[in-house]
Design a protein around this ligand. Structure first.
Ligand code: ADP
Length: 303
């Protein structure tokens, strides 16, 4: 996709995101979702069984031509791969919201809302939250964005199951799915090294990854990403970034989310991107892979 086309798209109307949030909301109400019937990690949840097409024909406005709206991208990748880092950089570049369902879940579990303790228990075991809760949170986020005039999105952490992908496919058209990949050995270290500033929310990493090339693959070096001095004494770790829970999350990813690669590959939407190193090496290569390497974009990326 040419950068010029992307930038043109970023100036278009917010009608599409309106349609998406309405469609999600209609979906939620048409299925009588309620917080109390939610379940933790459940490969065969008993909700959302009807095909999205039946829902679509009843409730939702069909997606518009992608040229008339902003980008609608999805980021896939294992825990610790850096989905949030790259999705948020691209979101700044393209002027679309970065919507991370993990962030929505953490906001909810840190609130005093009725779901907080239930979510805490699920998330802290590395399990998946039920589709109904995730779709409720996502609908609310899209609606809030719509009220602020947002258009398009980069989704990070959603969809995470084939069922979620089918629901999304039923309500809107995804333009591109970026699948970030990193050697498995690096993922655990990156999760354990992750630090977040409790004040500004900035993401940093104290791990220094230096994996030598071997028969199994190329070597990789990822320098630590230290916090600026003003954040240094405010760093916290995510409660689910412990060795035991990260290993559980990786297992669940392989079982529940890995099949999404084939789902989107078969639709011609998947862009595989193997991270060659840390941000300094990977960011320009990612822009290149996305055809975003023109001067205008390079200037704003460097800013
Ligand atoms: P990760 O680093 O494992 O990719 P995230 O920040 O995306 O983690 O998500 C944190 C947690 O929030 C997940 O382990 C899961 O419990 C919950 N979660 C986030 N998105 C989804 C989703 N789409 N479906 C189910 N659970 C989700």
């Amino acid at each position: 996709m040419a950068a010029a086309a992307l930038l043109r798209m970023s100036k278009s109307s917010s009608a599409q995101s309106t349609a998406v949030s309405r469609a999600f909301t209609s979906f939620v109400s048409s299925r009588n979702f309620s917080a109390s019937s939610s379940s933790a990690y459940n490969p065969e949840p008993d909700i959302a069984r009807s095909p999205p097409s039946s829902f679509l024909s009843r409730n939702s406005p069909l997606p518009q031509d992608p040229k008339d709206r902003n980008v609608q991208w999805v980021f896939l990748g294992c825990p610790g791969v850096g989905k949030g880092t790259y999705a948020s950089r691209l979101s700044n570049l393209l002027g679309v919201p970065h919507i991370a369902t993990g962030d929505l879940v953490r906001e909810e579990l840190n609130s005093t809302g009725p779901l907080a303790s239930q979510l805490k228990e699920i998330v802290n075991q590395g399990k998946l939250v039920s589709d109904e809760i995730i779709i409720n949170l996502l609908s609310k986020r899209l609606e809030a964005g719509e009220a602020k005039g947002e258009s398009g999105f980069i989704l990070d952490g959603f969809p995470r199951t084939i069922r979620q992908a089918e629901i999304l496919e039923g309500v809107t058209e995804i333009d591109l799915v970026v699948n970030l990949q990193l050697r498995e050995e690096a993922l655990l270290a990156k999760c354990l090294g992750r630090r977040i500033c409790s004040q500004c929310g900035g993401n940093y990493n104290i791990a220094c990854i230096d994996i030598k090339a071997d028969n199994g693959g190329p070597g990789i070096y990822m320098a630590p990403l230290p916090p600026p001095p003003q954040c240094a004494d405010k760093l916290i770790q995510r409660a689910d970034d412990t060795e035991e829970v990260v290993k559980a999350r990786l297992e669940i990813y392989n079982e529940m989310s890995r099949p999404l690669e084939e789902f989107y590959r078969s639709r011609g939407k998947l862009l595989e991107f193997s991270l060659p190193g840390g941000i300094p090496e990977s960011w320009p290569k990612l822009l290149e892979a996305l055809n975003l390497e023109d001067h205008e974009v390079k200037r704003s990326a460097a800013a």
